[in-house]
Design a protein around this ligand. Structure first.
Ligand SMILES: [Zn+2]
Length: 259
């Protein structure tokens, strides 16, 4: 499956998914219609659908404009966000399967950043997941509409995907996320090595997506609450906090909120 990252706004990514016959496309998170439509046209594609991960403006801001520009455009989003995703034509619930531009996908309901958040999983050939603002490379989204336990459950659903699954997230936050991860686990070689690699990529202006589920399990502090080194770092900063998994996760998120 051909995936083309399109940098949008200041640090968002939209992703063009190209059909197996190379003629059609869908876009994940159309935050700004003009650059998406330009890329579609430049590649001689026909845009058939938008897949919206969640209702935040920096993910759906281009839905209305794209729907006006492309008659018959399908706009797919979460059933729980029916009233909040602009120009929505199809609402999906957890586990529902769909087809866009000849590609077969599955919706994964992963609330907490927002209460309606979806990921889109494609398992034909090499697996890919579009994780929006829930799972970032080495990070996770803020808890605007959910609890730490809910975010842990949502991230757990993503972590249960096959290790080779490529992870396409909603923002280019990787470098800063890895610096934070490195502070909590200075002895984690996977984090140190990925940070060095990502610093080089960013210096050259390259996108750091995709990651993989295997890389995330090795480097993402929000999937690593079992790590003794991470737990010791949290304990050192919050000596009075409980040592259970949810508290360790919540304190990690709290630290990141002000990092
Ligand atoms: Zn968001």
């Amino acid at each position: 499956m051909d995936v083309v990252p399109i940098p949008l706004l200041s640090d968002n990514y939209g992703y063009l998914l190209v059909s197996p016959d190379g003629a059609r496309a869908a876009v994940v998170d159309c935050s700004d219609a003009a650059p998406v439509l330009r890329e579609v046209e430049r590649r001689g594609l026909r845009l058939q659908a938008i897949l919206s991960t969640h209702h935040h403006f920096d993910h759906v801001g281009g839905n209305e404009d794209a729907a006006r520009a492309v008659p018959g455009l399908r706009v797919v989003g979460s059933r729980a966000d029916r009233a909040r995703v602009p120009a929505l034509t199809e609402a999906l619930a957890d586990g529902e399967r769909f087809e866009v531009a000849g590609l077969h996908g599955r919706a994964l309901y992963i609330p907490a950043h927002t209460s309606g958040h979806l990921a889109y999983v494609f398992e034909d050939g090499e697996p890919n997941v579009f994780s929006g603002d829930t799972l970032f490379a080495a990070g996770c989204g803020r808890l605007f509409e959910g609890s730490p336990a809910q975010m842990m459950a949502s991230l757990g659903k993503l972590a249960a995907l096959p290790d080779a699954t490529r992870v396409y997230c909603g923002h280019e936050y990787t470098e800063k996320n890895l610096r934070f991860a490195h502070e909590l686990e200075p002895g984690n070689r996977a984090i140190a090595e990925k940070l060095a690699r990502v610093e080089r990529m960013r210096a050259e202006g390259l996108p750091t997506v995709p990651s993989t589920i295997a890389e995330e399990k090795a480097t993402n502090p929000f999937l690593r609450w079992r790590s003794p080194e991470l737990r010791a770092s949290i304990r050192a900063r919050f000596p009075d906090a409980a040592d259970d998994d949810v508290t360790v996760f919540a304190k990690t998120r709290e630290l990141k909120d002000s990092y």
